[in-house]
Design a binder for this molecule. Structure first.
Ligand code: ATP
Ligand code: MG
Length: 399
């Protein structure tokens, strides 16, 4: 008997993983200058010297992690070919929401010999953690490159950047060398450091700028070659995904996502190739998904108010005063069997929040003396999409 999968015969993807978030490309394209700066900063490792510290700056999806992984692998590979070079050990840590103690402790735990008990979570101080770190670094020897991603999120980054890069010059370690690599989305990070850190760090700064459409086309064409069956991904699809991402923030992750989702759209439509129309559809889906999450993050009453604003917009009655919105909202709440908020003030507070979050536009109305002053609100989104997202949400029982 034919099952639900039995008529699926072919796929336009040869290797869909190539378009996934965790795929590390073998080749980095369009970042020659950054790679050259990186190469320069780390090359001392090949001659048994301490490398320069490196700080990478750039917004999301610009290749900071991909280039770093590529450089670390290339360096480790090169070192094995040179009998005189030290071993290179790479440690990667994300600092988001972590204390310095936790970060140093994680580093120590990664260095401890196999059967050693972990460094304690509590009871000791950051200085103890650093001491153990130095002991382990010297025990292992070689060069250790420590990558701190989202380094600007670390609570006591001054201590880290004062301690670790100077560990050898101060004499905390003698049998090993350390290079610090920091990654940050925040270009003003350096300004926030203490003067003594600024003076002593002497890092190489590498700044990643947004990709333009032509650079994104190169990156996407290379991915598409490996992800899709030959001839199933049109140049028009690549050009469209590159153009959309370039116009937004020049983010390669976004461009690759569009190509993957475009491929899924084509597959769902039983189309034999991906073209620009699939990418346009993909963008709609991605945007709608993002909006859905943002709407679902709102409180129940805020969601009901958004739904109300969507109906008002559809009926051509926008913008509307909070009083009018309140009347309509009460009906909407009742239709969902929810007890509405009763005071005008609470409605106004919600409307004001929704305005701040960019869901609603607000206009200040001033009717002169005696006329009074009030706000009018209008949905700042496609009302049809808001209504559909709300219908989907209501159709599902709350978790
Ligand atoms: N120059 C490039 N060549 C090939 N692939 C790239 C390039 N730049 C980015 N990518 C790919 O784009 C995606 C996003 O890049 P990456 O994760 O390195 O960004 P990031 O700068 O670290 O972003 P975030 O700040 O969000 O961590 C990854 O899939 C990566 O492989
Ligand atoms: Mg990254």
């Amino acid at each position: 008997m034919a099952g639900p999968f039995s008529d699926i015969e072919r796929s336009i993807f040869v290797s869909k993983e190539v378009l996934s978030e965790d795929h590390q490309p073998d080749q980095i394209l369009e970042r020659d200058e950054e790679i050259d700066q990186y190469r320069h900063a780390l090359q001392d490792v090949l001659f048994g010297r301490t490398p320069q510290n490196v700080m990478l700056y750039g917004k999301a999806g610009l290749g900071k992690t991909a280039v770093t992984t590529y450089m670390m692998e290339a360096l480790q590979d090169e070192v094995t070919k040179r009998p005189d070079a030290d071993d290179v050990h790479v440690h990667e840590l994300n600092c988001n929401g972590k204390s310095l103690y936790t970060v140093v402790r994680t580093l120590v735990n990664g260095l401890l010999p196999e059967h050693a008990s972990e460094f304690p979570k509590r009871g000791l101080g950051t200085a103890d953690a650093f001491e153990e770190l130095y002991t382990q670094l010297d025990r292992i020897g070689g060069t250790h490159l420590v990558v701190f991603d989202e380094i600007d999120h670390l609570d006591d980054v001054d201590t880290l950047l004062y301690e670790l890069p100077r560990a050898r010059s101060i004499g905390h370690i003698t049998n090993s060398k350390v290079g610090v690599i920091g990654i940050s989305n925040n270009y003003t990070f350096r300004q926030s450091l203490s003067p003594k850190v600024k003076d002593t760090l002497m890092e190489t700064e590498i700044s990643f700028s947004p990709y333009d459409a032509s650079e994104l086309r190169t990156i996407l064409a290379d991915r598409a070659d490996r992800a899709f069956v030959e001839g199933t991904c049109d140049d028009s699809a690549i050009a469209r995904a590159a153009a959309i991402a370039a116009k937004d923030r020049g983010n390669a992750r976004q461009a690759i996502d569009l190509l993957r989702v475009g491929g899924e759209v084509a597959t769902r439509g039983d189309d034999e190739r991906v073209d620009d129309s699939h990418i346009v559809k993909a963008q709609e889906l991605v945007q709608r998904g993002r909006l859905r999450n943002r709407i679902r993050d709102q409180t129940q009453h805020a969601q009901l108010l958004l739904e109300t604003a969507a109906y008002i917009e559809q009926q051509g009655e926008s913008p509307a005063r909070s009083r009018t919105i309140k009347d309509r909202y009460e009906a909407v709440a009742e239709s969902h069997a929810v007890d509405p908020l009763t005071t005008l003030k609470s409605i106004q507070n919600h409307l004001s929040d929704l305005h701040m979050l960019g869901f609603l536009q607000r206009r200040d109305r001033n009717h002169g003396e005696g006329g009074g002053r009030y706000y009018e609100y209008q949905l700042d989104l496609d009302p049809q999409i808001v209504v559909e997202i709300r219908q989907e949400a209501e159709a599902k029982p709350s978790p």
